[in-house]
Design a binder for this molecule. Structure first.
Ligand SMILES: Cc1ncc(COP(=O)(O)OP(=O)(O)O)c(N)n1
Ligand SMILES: Cc1nc(C(=O)O)sc1CCOP(=O)(O)O
Ligand SMILES: [Mg+2]
Length: 505
């Protein structure tokens, strides 16, 4: 049957995507509605089978922000960036801009109920994410409706005070939160002020206070709590405390010194909702949402590159091999599966992504941009005869990690121009893993490192016997070693990775 791209809402043919926002650049995923070029709509490949059930879907129940930075508008943009469909129920219309909230018009609860019913009775919603719930009756209507339409998860951003300091809801709503909404919530994401309001006004001044608050809020009913510490005074890093009822996790990211934080709470909560809709576990959804997707060159320290032939030889699955490597201390992983079927590769990549993220380790895909996009991997590694890094950047957007293999200063310079994040430089020593690979030696590595503006990872024939001499080269930008056979062509990957980690640290 011929494959036709059609809009789900009116059946019309979407037009090709303009090259504006990075997340809109993958033409088969999102495309522009023909009658409204500014709206991003998801299209199904099969016209005859317009079934949305398999598409990850978040329903955002929130207020409209005329400034476009927060509320419904932020949720729509975040879900699109995370490649998740987002439907909306508007609870209030605000007149606001970057300076503050100038006006608030609350919608009648009956009309909120109508919107909820329209979406939930017709479409398969996986996750509901709430933002501004401006009246007690709206909270009640929401809870009643959610009891009728089971969903996978409920994410509650307890919007009470805007970033600009305006109080957005009255205290009566608090009673609705405490009595009805929180007990049915899967994760609640208060900032420090909101956590304090939920707990009757106790002041929160430290990470230790945030942990106590997370525990007390958990006692109110939600299964998971994320207390956001962005407003904590006197801290260099932004620390968020996540509590799943058993364990506490402190999620640390460098503080971004900006006053432009309007809408960050909505964006974080919808990010979590989007990841849950895609099937992530709660911890992995929270981690991937709190993490600034900025590449950390220190991650190159011990770079494990898988090899399907070696896994076959030792009777291991890709996932088993990757798990052992990250447990042993690998700081970044690349799936280099030269002879895997696309579908098997994709399935393995999804499992490996979950494993790597549970250890906070990024996972890259070798050569296959399509697989990286399909599984939302952290990035790709491409060589001189693969897709050019510049095009990979266009397809993957600004936040993904891109590595390029380089043997010369000229190639390193081009990689930088093309928007790569790091270069892989080798073969430092002869290797049996890559056929016909030219060895450039330690001198070649040094020459490229001296010329490169990007961080470098050395590759080719590196193992326990020579990793130290590579690192001792002391070349600027040399951040680590990438290894295949010395980890994966060995009986115990865990032990080999541990030993190599000790050597390069
Ligand atoms: C970290 C790292 N560096 C270099 C390579 C080699 O990539 P490429 O030249 O494209 O060769 P293949 O790996 O695709 O055979 C790499 N994979 N990783
Ligand atoms: C994948 C790859 N790229 C290389 C390059 O020089 O760019 S050398 C190489 C293989 C590295 O395997 P091993 O650690 O088993 O020698
Ligand atoms: Mg390649």
């Amino acid at each position: 049957m011929a494959t036709q791209l059609l809009c789900m809402c009116c059946g019309a043919q979407p037009q090709p995507q303009p090259q504006a926002a990075p997340f809109m650049r993958f033409p088969f995923w999102n495309s522009v509605h023909p009658k409204n070029p500014t709206s991003v709509v998801r299209v199904q490949a099969e016209a005859a089978d317009m079934n949305m059930n398999s598409i990850p879907h978040v329903l955002s129940v929130a207020g409209s922000d005329s400034g476009g930075g927060a509320g419904i508008q932020a949720d729509l943009k975040t879900c699109a960036a995370r490649r998740v469909y987002c439907s909306t129920v508007i609870t209030a219309v605000t007149a606001q801009n970057t300076a503050g909230v100038q006006g608030l018009n609350i919608l009648p609860e009956d009309f909120v109920a109508d919107q909820l019913h329209s979406v939930l009775s017709d479409m398969h919603v996986h996750v509901v994410k709430t933002g501004m719930l401006p009246s007690l009756n709206i909270v009640k209507v929401l809870c009643q409706t959610l009891r009728k339409f089971p969903i996978k998860a409920l994410v509650v951003d307890p919007v009470m005070i805007s970033t600009s300091g305006d109080v957005l809801v009255g205290p009566s709503v608090l009673a609705g939160f405490l009595e009805e909404l929180l007990p049915m919530t899967d994760i609640v994401t208060p900032n420090i002020k909101e956590a304090s309001v939920l707990l009757g006004g106790v002041p929160l001044k430290s990470v230790s206070d945030m942990r106590t608050a997370a525990k007390l809020i958990h006692d109110l009913g939600p299964r998971n709590v994320l207390v956001k510490g962005g407003d904590l005074p006197n801290s260099l890093d932004a620390i968020d405390v996540f509590f799943d009822g058993e364990e506490f996790y402190e999620l640390c990211s460098p503080r971004v010194n900006t006053r432009n934080s309007h809408g960050t709470g909505c964006t974080l909560a919808s990010c979590i909702a989007a990841e849950l809709a895609k099937g992530s576990s709660m911890l992995s959804a929270v981690k991937s949402s709190c993490r600034l997707n900025r590449f950390n060159p220190n991650d190159l320290l011990l770079y494990a590159v898988t090899d399907s032939a070696m896994n076959r030889k030792w009777g291991r699955s890709i996932a088993e091999a990757v798990k052992a490597a990250v447990e042993g201390g690998a700081t970044i992983v690349q799936l280099r599966e030269k002879d895997a079927e696309t579908r098997d590769f994709l399935e393995a990549a999804k499992v490996c992504l979950e494993i790597c993220h549970s250890y906070g380790v990024p996972l890259l895909i070798n050569d296959r941009i399509d697989v990286a996009l399909a599984c939302d991997a952290d990035g790709v590694h491409v060589g001189q005869s693969d897709m050019p890094a510049r095009l990979a950047r266009t397809l993957l957007g600004p936040e993904k990690i891109i590595g390029v293999s380089c043997k010369t200063p000229e190639q390193a310079h081009q990689a930088w121009i093309d928007g790569a994040d790091y270069i892989g430089c080798g073969g430092v020593y002869p290797t049996n893993t890559k056929a016909n690979n030219r060895t450039i030696g330690l001198e070649g590595l040094k020459e490229v490192c001296l010329a490169s503006t990007l961080p470098v990872v050395a590759i080719g024939g590196i193992g326990l016997s020579n990793a130290r001499e590579v690192m001792k080269l002391g070349a600027p930008n040399l951040n680590g070693v990438a290894v295949v056979s010395a980890l994966f062509d060995r009986e115990c990957i865990l032990t080999e990775t541990r030993n190599l980690h000790a050597l390069v640290s």
